[in-house]
Design a binder for this molecule. Sequence first.
Ligand SMILES: Nc1ncnc2c1ncn2[C@@H]1O[C@H](COP(=O)(O)OP(=O)(O)OP(=O)(O)O)[C@@H](O)[C@H]1O
Ligand code: NI
Length: 427
Amino acid sequence: MSDPLISVKNLHTQFHTDDGTVRAVDGIDVDVSRGETVCIVGESGSGKTVTSESITKILQMPPGDIPIGEVQFRDVESVRELADQFPKRVFDVHEDDAPGTAGTDVPPEEDRPGDEKHFVIVEERSGDRISRGYIDMVRAPDNALRKIRGGDIAHIFQNPQSALNPVYTVGWQIVEAVQLHSDDDDEAARERAIDLLDRVGIPDAAARFDDYPHEFSGGMKQRVIIAMALASNPDVLIADEPTTALDVTIQAQILDLLAEIQEDLGMAILFITHDLGVVAEIADRVVVMYAGKVMESGEVFDLFESPAHPYTRALLECLPGRGGDMVSIGGSLPSVTNPPDGCRFAPRCPHAVDDCFTGDQPPMYSVEGADQEVSCVFYGDGYDESVVQTEFAAAQNRTARTDGGRTTGRRAGTDTDESVRSDGGDR
Ligand SMILES: Nc1ncnc2c1ncn2[C@@H]1O[C@H](COP(=O)(O)OP(=O)(O)OP(=O)(O)O)[C@@H](O)[C@H]1O
Ligand code: NI
């Protein structure tokens, strides 16, 4: 299997505020491969935007800070290009191994202190040519990041208004984006801009070239933004709620457009949304975030078919047409400056047992028979995962019955502890 194009590893993004350190993203892993759409989904405040902005460091730093973690950009062309310009670190090359199976000896991050300068990591060569490696965007200096941002990795945002300059024509703004990444003269750039407008479905593109942003509807503006993002032929598109401001019909059209473009160009898309309906439309893989942590990740059909984490189940039940009513999840996100021990979702989880309230967030366990991983103690040894695979709402009722109504999350489910633990973790 080939490497993902983007590998977010153990990312921690914090904000130092007067009220303490906000742990907005608290050790998450996300992979995105070429041709793949990965959706990060979660409630408001779960850390989706901060994650996406940490990847290319468009995040304001300070107040933002990334004390731990790597964002590996594994585009070998970019690695070669930057390796020529910046100091690079070469790790052991296993030339004897069969192609594509070479092991690497890249030490874990904590064993590479003071290595900031070496953000270009070469893992493998064939002859003199770099064949495998990555750019660690967290450590990359601004001049290296500028090459990648808007070129190899493009961002689109929720509000097209703010991304377009009202005083310049739409055509001119795309020409500018084209020329930023090519040597095209004005004539060639103009032609390319019209092609791009046409590509994103602006009717009569040549005639609209000289129009100003205010002459476009919201949906058409978002198409223009996508055209600008495509101007550089990016390998990765990061889209943060790009359709949230649009009405449903237009939203569906924009999602179709992105899927189409992806099929044509084979780029990787990281798509941020709080809307599981949108996820169902476009995702290949899903990452469910909650309070700065990943609760569950997996292939979209598996995850919708059999959500593993109680939080994912709760989110899915909020979808109209599922589980009857719009059930909203009781309670609210935990404190971001002083998060609880154990699973971040435990205080709101109807299945929580004592182990859910101690230690760190549970590790990511593989879900048997599915392409899915879940951070929930019930998937560990000695637990029976079927306990959490009941309907969320039903489980809530049952908890209320056995508990005589739950006043604190802390004791929820303790009187069912014995039935929950299955000896030796038989399945
Ligand atoms: N500049 C900042 N200073 C302090 N805290 C911040 C800052 N930016 C974000 N946060 C906090 O980080 C956490 C994650 O925010 P983020 O914007 O990533 O959430 P989100 O999942 O994108 O939510 P939404 O769906 O509302 O966009 C929140 O608690 C937020 O208040
Ligand atoms: Ni956001």
